[in-house]
Design a protein around this ligand. Structure first.
Ligand code: CA
Ligand code: CA
Ligand code: CA
Ligand code: CA
Length: 326
């Protein structure tokens, strides 16, 4: 299946861009809180959820005829008081991701705070390989708060997303999932997949929307989120801007966020623009396309491991496509 070009439209609430309340709006504003303070609170709330809830493991272990392979969470209590908590599950993966308050629009707070991201892999996909934060994926998702109430869900049919365009915790959680076989045409206009990855991602607000209200305004500020996901398919080494470099390699500071790497930030700021490298076909803004600057003698050369050998004509350590004095 050809995935390219389907990704410019990103539906739903997952999009990064969000609306700040206008200064002169009537909405009562919440006083800004420090990332450090919110992080501690969010992590405590997520751990509390993980320790007090279980999922329908038995149904996944021995699926009955007609089981829909949907995750259900329930409280450990009463007849379920002996269930293994999500927190104790061997399928729970914890990642630590450092977040600079500046990337959340807090230029003066000067905080860099580690965030804990928890991903429960209920069923791993059968196809080898996992997406990177720059890849196009086909999936299904359902977003809820820790109290279980839904705030967003994709339609039941698979949808395409580029992981660089969604909240950071979502893309980094998706890195844990293999995908399945498909698409399979069902003959009634719907498609399905087999053996796909199934799980849930628990996202602190520092890796979510933090203090932004979302486009539709239904996510309160500082909300930890849960996304249940079905990981159907992905395009390995997606090259979003078609500049010859896979998008995930345009994460120059290697922080799991493609949106804070912008080589020509200053010159773009002068024209009130901001185009991060993963979506910029001319990364240094010198008028020569990156795809032409990464070629040696007219071709993109690679080493034995398949890594691009980037030309550095003036030998200053900065490759030509990121060096605008060349
Ligand atoms: Ca980055
Ligand atoms: Ca740029
Ligand atoms: Ca680029
Ligand atoms: Ca260039």
């Amino acid at each position: 299946m050809k995935l390219k070009n389907a990704y410019l439209l990103i539906a739903g609430l997952l999009i990064i861009s969000s609306c700040k309340n206008d200064d002169d709006s009537n909405v009562e504003s919440v006083p800004p809180r420090l990332l450090s303070e919110v992080t501690a609170e969010d992590d405590a709330e997520i751990i509390e959820f993980l320790k007090t809830h279980f999922y329908n493991k038995e149904e996944f272990d021995t699926p009955s005829e007609g089981f829909d392979f949907k995750i259900k969470f329930d409280t450990i209590a009463g007849e379920n008081s002996t269930k293994q908590s999500l927190f104790e599950s061997p399928n729970l993966i914890t990642q630590t991701i450092s977040v600079d308050s500046e990337s959340l629009g807090r230029v003066d707070d000067d905080e860099i705070i580690d965030q804990k991201l928890y991903t429960l892999v209920v069923r791993q996909g059968i196809v080898e390989g996992k997406p990177t934060i720059g890849d196009n994926v086909i999936l299904r998702y359902e977003g809820s708060f820790l109290d279980g109430s839904l705030f967003d869900a994709s339609s039941n049919q698979p949808i395409p997303l580029n992981l660089s365009g969604v909240v950071r915790g979502f893309g980094n959680g998706m890195k844990n999932f293999q995908t399945g076989n498909g698409p399979i045409e069902n003959g009634d206009g719907t498609i399905s997949y087999e053996g796909y990855g199934i799980g849930a991602i628990f996202i602190p607000s520092g890796l979510g929307y933090f203090d932004s209200s979302t486009a539709s305004g239904n996510i309160p500020t500082y909300s930890p989120l849960i996304f249940k996901i079905d990981a159907f398919e992905f395009e390995a080494n997606t090259d979003f801007d078609e500049d010859g470099i896979p998008s995930f390699l345009e994460d120059l500071n290697n922080d799991g966020n493609l949106n804070n790497d912008n080589t020509n930030e200053e010159s773009e700021a002068a024209v009130r623009a901001y185009v991060a490298n993963y979506s910029d076909p001319d990364d240094d803004g010198d008028g020569i396309l990156t795809i032409d600057e990464i070629k040696t003698d007219g071709v993109i050369k690679k080493d034995d491991e398949g890594n691009i050998i980037f030309p550095d004509t003036d030998g200053d350590g900065t490759p030509d496509h990121l060096d605008n004095d060349l």
